[in-house]
Design a protein around this ligand. Sequence first.
Ligand code: ADP
Length: 484
Amino acid sequence: MLNLNDAALFRQQCYIDGAWRDADGGGTQRVANPSTGAALGTTPRMGAAETRRAIAAAEAAWPAWRAKTAKERAAILRTWYELMLAHQEDLAALLTAEQGKPLAEARGEILYGASFIEWFAEEAKRIYGDTIPQPAAGRRLVVVKQPVGVVAAITPWNFPNAMITRKAGPALAAGCTVVVKPASQTPYSALALAELAARAGIPRGVFNVVTGAAGAIGGELTANPAVRKLSFTGSTEIGRELMAQSAATVKKISLELGGNAPFIVFDDADLDAAVAGAIASKYRNTGQTCVCTNRLLVQAGIYDEFARRLAEAVSGLKVADGFEPGSQQGPLIDEAAVAKVEAHIGDAVAKGARIVAGGKRHALGGTFFEPTVLADVTPEMAVAREETFGPVAPLFRFDTEEEAIRLANDTEFGLASYFYSRDIGRVWRVAEALEYGMVGINEGLISTEVAPFGGIKQSGLGREGSKYGIEEYLEVKYLCMGGI
Ligand code: ADP
């Protein structure tokens, strides 16, 4: 069914210690296309024993990988990056088939994913230490940075390619080795990356991919003392669990968890730009990104006009299978995702919200849903507190800047936030007052490999991408030389 130019990119086995492997008992799990429900294939259902072997392989591979010069590691990563670009079409097709996003978005994700490998290949050569002026005669103080060791990466289904490269790129550049556990819904993007890693010359054991039982694999990754660092992207609930599990072996941790992104439109905003930004930030990946707008806070003076323009723009979005030309909204990942969207709409409507666009399952059936806009939404409704993770834009009304900031910050999450205003004083005040790791100002799409991505409060720990991203995979070592 999947017609790839390079059929060897479609792998149905795990990649451990440089070899393609089945689960010990031969067990498998099915992978389906969320658009059609049709089977794409299977992957091994591995557990703790196979994970232990992958960790052992990564541990054994570490000394030689660490010992390479940064320039040598950079050259190998650069080759991996170039292979990703060369196979962009196949990687995008695999991604759309297992994840459902429109092919144009999948192509974009491959470029975005590859950009982390390119960026960190470059950063590998810039892991600088420090010299510190001596506090006493006869001593010299130096700080060096060293790779933390074996890294476990647990990744979600919404960006099956980029969430892996954003972790593996800096880890490998720093001199760490990696065991990846991709989401069970989207393993083929991960396995294709392993195939390309092998072709790029990444030595055996340095990059491993294990699929299967999340709890058993996660249990081993967090309990095993050889794993020195866990990097997780996914739900806040699982993130908390993994953090607790990692406490016993005191691992370094990076967490990219849920969000509840506000998108504030002030009276003085450029409304057309705000509508375009809202569409980009809310409906990308059918609303299934952790930086997707979850709440639109709109100032009273322009509320009705903004609602009208947004509803019109949303009604024009093309809902279709990701492979259909012009598709802008693919299916949701599964039935549970649709149920959550329906529950949020039902709860809001029962408490007085109005549906001004969409509102129900799409005529295409399956997990397709109509892009939806809700007006007259209030803080008592579930959409105010919970991440919908679907194509629903709830419009809240506010009067003053102080009220907007209070509403925006009234959540335990703190990942992305957005606002539209042309008043330079307000831009600074609001940007500084928002309790979020990232702020888009007159901009709805802010992710790039050159900037630090990450959240505060219960949205997570650490940053990915940028010059900061590599620090997560490095230990600082202080050398004190006496007797000089
Ligand atoms: P989502 O709700 O987006 O599926 P999850 O947090 O459930 O997010 O999943 C993110 C990643 O975490 C996936 O790779 C999933 O398989 C994995 N995962 C889920 N439960 C566990 C667990 N108990 N231990 C380790 N990994 C888990």
